[in-house]
Design a protein around this ligand. Structure first.
Ligand code: MLC
Length: 374
């Protein structure tokens, strides 16, 4: 048996940023356009006018101030309201692979590893650009990695479930090292025309190198243990899938083919699920919550994270104990907790304990308990 460790992380951040002000201006222009087009029906009382969005609401409800995206022009164009990407030929790297590659190279560099040291690539994300071949195999090929690769989708918990899978294989000795990459093009599945959710998501890619602790060439995080849990819920759902064309209205632009959520129920049901999950994980590891130096939580909603932190620690966490990145990135699905981890972990001291925890659609919760080594 080997002890697994995270020895490198990397984040690819798209150059383009949409501020709340730009987002709201684009959405309101779309709402005005729809209201003008439907003026007769609205006047006749046959449909409701679309309401405007507001920056103040977005910050208060979520803590999000901006998001990075792969294409802002399409999203902000009231005639389009979704990202526009050029058609790539099958011989070119796909968009998800290109994003993952950037994050993967950074993670490899931090770990002091080359592709020759890696035996497994897992592409763990909440949406895959195509059905097959697996995104992970394309990324493996672009990096020149031998061994094997596969995709995983557990929505927002894809990264932590991927880390558990890789860590278990390192522990069992079936691989030396793995790259877990999380390219999230959330702008592709967000309904930008729905004011209840149009502010929620952004795009990013993250990567982690997981290998034997004894092979680590620099500062790293020993993986003490991992824990995954799922419980079925329809409160976060996306009905897009390969049976789309078989449905009565075919491939029509149906609302349920994008992200849908019952946000209030999610809030109410997921907060206790996550706090109990973390408490149980810590208990089984023989550690009290007072031994936690830092928590890198899933980044969906600031009030949700504040409440989870408070329940876990039994007091309001200090900002440094629970860093948030969602003000800059918004919700980036599975990548969020890994961005928080990657950007806020260098200062931890030898022996410090920290916990990555994701939660989201499924419902799913995944936690990774770590100990810092210098
Ligand atoms: C979605 C929320 C931010 C919504 O906040 P609230 O519950 O406070 O607000 P609400 O929806 O009840 O709306 C309150 C009032 O504001 C109005 N309102 C809604 N959107 C608005 C907007 N953009 N601008 C102005 N007003 C707005 C509503 O119509 C309503 O009006 P009125 O009062 O008149 O009715 C929150 O519930 C939340 O974050 N829940 C958890 C979400 C979450 O973590 N989801 C996971 C995402 S999935 C994930 O992370 C990825 C994965 O798993 O893959």
């Amino acid at each position: 048996m080997h002890t697994p460790a995270i020895t490198g992380t990397g984040v690819f951040t798209p150059d383009e940023i949409i501020t709340n002000a730009e987002l709201v201006a684009g959405f309101n222009a779309y709402a005005d356009r729809m209201n003008a087009e439907n003026a007769a029906a609205i006047d006749a009382g046959q449909c409701e006018p679309m309401a405007h969005s507001s920056e103040e609401f977005i910050v208060r409800a979520s803590g999000i101030e901006q998001r990075h995206v792969m294409d802002k022009t399409g999203i902000l164009d009231p005639q389009v309201m979704h990202p526009l990407f050029r058609q790539r030929s099958d011989d070119e790297p796909s968009l998800m692979a290109e994003m993952a590659l950037d994050a993967a190279k950074k993670a490899l560099a931090q770990a002091g590893r080359t592709p020759a040291d890696i035996d497994l690539v897992i592409c763990a994300a909440s949406n895959m650009e195509r059905a097959y071949p697996a995104m992970a195999i394309e990324i493996q090929n672009l990096l020149g990695i031998a061994g094997f690769a596969f995709d995983m989708n557990v929505a927002c918990s894809s990264a932590t479930f991927g880390i558990q899978t890789a860590a278990d294989m390192v522990r069992a000795g079936s691989i030396r090292a793995a790259l877990v990459v999380n390219p999230e093009i959330c702008s592709g599945h967000l309904e930008w025309r729905d004011r209840d959710c149009h502010f929620i998501f952004g795009d990013v890619a993250t990567a982690c190198v997981i290998e034997r602790k004894e092979a680590a060439s620099g500062p790293h995080f020993e993986i003490l243990s991992t824990r995954c849990a799922t419980q079925f819920s329809n409160n976060i759902r996306n009905n897009n899938g390969f049976l789309r064309r078989t449905r009565p209205d075919g491939v029509a632009d149906r609302r349920d083919m994008q992200f849908m959520q019952n946000g209030r129920k999610v809030f109410k049901e997921v907060v206790p699920m996550v706090s109990q999950h973390i408490a149980g994980h810590m208990d089984d590891a023989g550690l009290g919550s007072d031994s936690l130096k830092r928590m890198w939580l899933h980044q969906a909603n600031k009030s949700m994270n504040d409440l989870i932190g408070k329940k876990v620690l039994g007091r309001t966490p200090e900002p440094a104990e629970q860093p948030n990145i969602l003000q800059d990135y918004a919700n980036t699905s599975s990548a969020g907790s890994i961005i928080a981890f990657s950007q806020n972990s260098d200062d931890l001291a030898e022996g410090d304990i920290g916990l990555i925890c994701s939660f989201g659609a499924g419902y799913s919760v995944g936690s990774v308990l770590l100990r810092r080594h210098l």
